[in-house]
Design a binder for this molecule. Structure first.
Ligand code: ZN
Length: 352
């Protein structure tokens, strides 16, 4: 990804886009300026500050790092590539070994570069409570860089490895709390036309997988059961700095911040921000699902490594995966203790 839209001032909405993301000249569409229905429609959670039961959960950073290396060994993983196909098989095998029910949401995306087959992969871990927490990551790598050796260590691989490390913590037990679904989104990156030099990032030409799944889950009623969707993206940077995002749901981001404080990781969260980030959470926010994008958009000085062949494993650290993974697990515990109420009141508000 990613587009970052700064908002503000006189007329209230979108003024300009900081093209932190994909290649150059990414433009903010009207759609992305309206991308925060989840953010504006959801009120603060219940004042009752219920504490989660039991001890905090932790990922194994050594295993997360191993998964990262295994994913990178597939090479570039843009849609239509061999690496993408092999990653899909790898994810199926790993998730099934963890006892998850694994499903595919296959479709053909109509892109400026032609029709491309894509599939989201969803791994389901059943819980004891009625409701779902979705954790997401995108699995494709940058399309315009497909003719290079770009393998997206941070942008694509880090968050995918992290979800596998989280799956290790969910395996083999009936979860106390909401069901947890891991959503591996395909087609997040922008697919511009084949015209040389056309590197524009735009809303209709990206987020193919998440738009498809959000639509499908809206039709089959799943979206209404989702208590929270936590998206991870670019979370491996050694110099970790998670941004605050105005396209995310405020109470859920507050909960992520609280989880970070509980673990002593508050200095890595929300020092920067103030913009609306275009990422796989947005299509779900548009349907009123509470969402939070956990993303570090300062990858190298002034985000210099983002969407370049410099996005390599030497810039990342297992510690950053651990911090993000543990904060996600702690946020899940908070949602299980309190989030159901928040989500319920949010939906009520939207119906008014
Ligand atoms: Zn990207």
């Amino acid at each position: 990804m990613i587009s970052l839209v700064r908002r503000g001032s006189l007329v209230g909405l979108l003024l300009f886009t900081v093209a932190l993301g994909c290649a150059k000249g990414k433009t903010a569409s009207a759609a992305s300026s309206e991308a925060a229905p989840g953010a504006s429609a959801t009120p603060a959670p219940s004042p009752a500050r219920l504490e989660p039961a039991g001890a905090a959960m932790h990922i194994d950073p050594t295993r997360a790092w191993l998964y990262l290396k295994e994913i990178l060994a597939f090479g570039p993983r843009w849609d239509g590539s061999k690496g993408q196909k092999r990653l899909g098989e790898y994810l199926h095998a790993k998730l099934k070994a963890n006892g998850a029910q694994v499903e595919e949401d296959a479709f053909v995306a109509d892109t400026p570069a032609g029709k491309i087959s894509m599939r989201n992969i969803v791994a389901k871990f059943p819980g004891s409570k009625d409701g779902i927490i979705v954790l997401g990551s995108h699995i494709d790598t940058n399309y315009p860089l497909r003719k290079t050796n770009f393998a997206g260590a941070n942008d694509g691989a880090s968050s995918t490895a992290l979800l596998l490390a989280i799956a290790d913590q969910l395996r083999g037990k009936k979860l106390e709390g909401y069901s947890v679904w891991l959503a591996f989104f395909d087609g997040e990156e922008s697919i511009p036309s084949a015209t040389p030099g056309d590197l524009r990032w735009s809303d209709p030409d990206s987020l193919y997988g998440s738009r498809h799944l959000a639509q499908r889950w809206e039709q089959d009623g799943t979206n209404k059961k989702i208590k929270a969707l936590l998206l991870a993206d670019m979370i491996g940077d050694k110099d970790l700095e998670i941004f605050r995002d105005t396209n995310s749901t405020p109470w859920l981001e507050d909960m992520v911040g609280e989880a970070a404080r509980r673990l002593g990781y508050q200095s890595y969260f929300f020092g920067e921000g103030g913009g609306g980030i275009g990422d796989d959470h947005v299509p779900f926010a548009r349907f009123g699902v509470p969402v939070a994008d956990i993303i570090d958009l300062d990858y190298g000085y002034n985000n210099a490594f983002h969407h370049t062949t410099e996005d390599t494993i030497d810039k990342l650290s297992p510690k950053s995966l651990q911090i993000t993974g543990d904060v996600i697990l702690e946020t899940m515990r908070l949602i299980n203790a309190r989030g159901g109420q928040a989500a319920a009141s949010a939906q009520k508000l939207q119906q008014q």
